[in-house]
Design a protein around this ligand. Structure first.
Ligand SMILES: Cc1cc2nc3c(=O)[nH]c(=O)nc-3n(C[C@H](O)[C@H](O)[C@H](O)COP(=O)(O)OP(=O)(O)OC[C@H]3O[C@@H](n4cnc5c(N)ncnc54)[C@H](O)[C@@H]3O)c2cc1C
Length: 385
């Protein structure tokens, strides 16, 4: 059987390692940091949403739910069992113009065909459901009650321990070079000075994926995009709410006895930036919250953190599968803020591809590197990043 090296042991690399090891493939995962200090996975807010506009994205989220709601039965072989602690919270995606409202209807038809329970709400329905909130700018909303939230770190460790339990080997090291010969991958060079010979390399290094691609002479249109999250509590309790997401990128989600708020900033400078910008909360997010509900006037900011999306420049969707001219070099990166929910499907799909030569369940072909070569973006008209 072909020897496989996975670069990066976050949830994507670990999910791929798990399904490959389960299928009996010899897998080594190279991961420099077992604490995952700067990795995206533990910094994620753990959302699993079905409101995508590309069928395969919806299907991947549905498989994510299947796995995360029955983790112990679905992900087997770990010496220590981790529980991703699925919570059904629901997801509300609000738009503010007629054309976007028509798009919601179009997307909802496809989502329903995939088996998602989704309905469209007008302003009056929103007011009736969430009386503490103002919806004067909202034309329509898509409501998906079964969307959920998980503990991202537990999901990552669950996959990692199960991969190890099934025979995958994790090396605490860093990939610094990709060996090639006759147009094929031949191995990886490690920071420790060692070399690992292999037939297949899977680049699952998230924001660092472009560096790994560069070692292989491949261009990856992916960059780190800073994403700040702020956790706060309010003084007077309000009705229970789902994730509330606005088309402008403003996102509010319930979290334990408080809320997490964030906003996608298209003007965010590309690249790593770990600085926490508290002015952003004061000057942008807090006023945005108060516009939605006066219940957010009296709040207490408890915590904040910075993470980075591995933003796919071409279309906000990942690159999955073999890359261009170098045989045996595969990618699973560029998830642009939705990699956690898709990790189970990507792991299963990559294992199918690498052990049988084709996708057997969800067709991940639309996410291939070929669209980068052809400059053919795969745009999802649902919530982005
Ligand atoms: C703030 C925030 C909120 C998010 N919220 C959600 C959400 O609600 N729902 C959702 O689905 N997704 C969400 N995401 C996205 C999700 O977290 C990521 O898509 C997912 O975790 C990516 O997993 P990964 O394994 O590819 O990356 P990572 O977890 O970053 O793992 C990549 C690993 O590669 C390793 N690596 C780097 N360089 C090398 C090298 N040279 N050699 C070997 N290894 C290397 C790193 O050490 C790292 O551990 C969020 C992300 C952020 C930042």
């Amino acid at each position: 059987m072909e020897k496989i090296v996975i670069v990066g042991g976050g949830i994507i690399g670990s999910s791929i390692a798990y399904y490959l090891a389960r299928a009996g493939a010899p897998v080594t995962v190279v991961e420099p940091d077992p604490t995952y200090e700067f990795a995206a996975t533990p910094r994620s807010v753990g959302g699993v949403r079905f409101l995508h506009d590309i069928r395969e994205n919806v299907e991947m989220s549905l498989f994510g739910r299947e796995v995360f709601t029955g983790f112990a039965a679905q992900v087997q072989g770990a010496a220590v069992a981790f529980d991703p602690a699925w919570r059904t919270v629901g997801y509300l995606y609000m738009v503010s113009d007629a054309e976007s409202a028509r798009q919601l209807e179009h997307s909802a038809a496809m989502q329903r065909a995939c088996g998602v329970e989704v309905s469209l709400l007008d302003r009056d329905a929103l007011r009736a459901r969430y009386p503490s909130f103002r919806f004067q700018d909202v034309v329509a909303a898509a409501w998906s009650p079964q969307d959920g939230q998980i503990d991202p770190h537990a999901a990552l460790m669950g996959y990692r321990r199960a991969a190890e339990g099934n025979g995958a080997v994790y090396l605490k090291d860093k990939v610094v070079g990709i060996g090639q010969g006759h147009g094929r991958v031949s191995g990886v060079a490690l920071q420790s000075g060692a070399t690992l010979n292999c037939d297949i390399v899977v680049n699952a290094a998230n924001c660092w994926a472009p560096e790994i691609c560069e070692m292989a002479g491949i261009k990856a249109p992916i960059y780190p995009m800073r994403r700040e999250q702020f956790f706060f509590k309010i003084q007077d309790p309000i009705e229970s709410i789902p994730v509330m997401r606005e088309a402008c990128g403003f996102a509010l989600r319930p979290e334990r006895d408080g809320y997490i708020v964030a906003r996608t900033r298209p003007d965010e400078k590309k690249g790593f930036n770990w600085t926490q910008d508290h002015d952003r909360f004061e000057n942008d997010l807090w006023p945005g919250l108060v516009e939605r509900s006066s219940a957010f006037e009296a709040l207490r900011l408890q915590n904040a953190w910075v993470g980075h999306y591995d933003m796919s420049e071409i279309d906000g969707n990942p690159i999955i599968g073999e890359c261009g001219a170098l045989r045996g070099f595969h990618m699973a990166a560029g998830f642009s803020g939705h990699g956690l929910q898709h990790a189970p499907a990507v792991g299963r799909g990559m294992a199918e591809l690498l052990t049988t030569g084709r996708y057997e369940t969800i067709d991940l072909g639309p996410f291939s590197y070929q669209r980068v070569i052809e400059g053919r973006p795969l745009l999802d008209k649902g919530p982005r990043a």
